[in-house]
Design a protein around this ligand. Structure first.
Ligand SMILES: [Fe+2]
Length: 243
């Protein structure tokens, strides 16, 4: 027990020195300021790597795109997505479904990041009645670093729902209650002209494929790889010169 505690403390010094300082100098009752469980940090490789990324950010004041993605999943990934899964579970499940169906590397990265906009804005923005247009917010961030095959399917995934409601008579009945509710806020099913215009967009088919996995990625019991498994998919999608 003492050896294990010492090992955890040495890891804290290396990768989370501010927490080590808390342990040394903060009174026990003040330790509630430490919000992430130590066990999770050192047993979950996603959180471990994200913590290193956060440290790099605080030490160097810069953080590359991939590191920031890991950091944001670590800090906001446990936020509720809704429908009994977290943001992280939903992203991993969607990517996992894409991978199992043989999607290419860039589309798998796109599925993983399609709701990244939810990890960018104020956590209480919905409570304040603001439509964050998360698909556009995420795309605006990602397009600075990633090729269109990673960015555009996510940008279009809300439109893809409206498209599928227009062209697939069975699709609407598969939507969850929350998805039906948001459909109204998003403008409802496309009319024929809107559907035709959607089909003229680059990456529209990838967006439709993503959408179908998106709708299935809400299973609180589904087992998926960790975020680390998808690191290579993400880095493959970087623009030349981005890191
Ligand atoms: Fe989604």
């Amino acid at each position: 027990m003492i050896t294990a505690s010492l090992r955890v403390f040495i890891n804290l010094i290396n990768f989370a020195p501010e927490w080590a300082l808390h342990l040394l100098f903060v009174k026990p009752y003040q330790c509630k300021v430490i919000t992430l469980p130590y066990y999770d940090l050192f047993s979950d490789p996603d959180k471990f790597n994200a913590k290193k990324a956060k440290n790099a950010m605080s030490n160097n004041k810069t953080l590359d795109a991939v590191a920031e993605i890991f950091a944001r999943f670590a800090h906001y990934g446990n936020l509720e997505y809704g429908e009994s899964v977290t943001q992280r579970q939903h992203a991993l499940q969607t990517a996992c479904l894409a991978e199992h169906e043989g999607a290419d590397t860039l589309l798998i990265a796109a599925t993983l990041l399609h709701d990244f906009g939810h990890l960018l804005h104020d956590e209480d923005i919905a409570d304040r009645g603001i439509d964050a247009v998360h698909e556009e917010l995420g795309a605006l961030y990602l397009e600075r670093y990633f090729v269109p095959a990673v960015v555009e399917p996510g940008r279009l995934h809300v439109q893809a729902k409206r498209y599928l409601c227009a062209v697939d008579p069975t699709y609407f009945s598969t939507l969850s209650p929350a998805s039906v509710q948001s459909l109204g806020l998003q403008g409802g099913p496309f009319d024929p002209a809107e559907a035709a215009a959607f089909e003229a967009l680059p990456h529209w088919q990838a967006a439709v494929d993503l959408r179908r996995w998106d709708d299935l990625g809400k299973d609180p019991h589904m087992t998926t790889p960790t975020l680390e498994h998808y690191r290579s998919h993400i880095t493959t999608g970087l623009k030349a010169g981005a890191s």
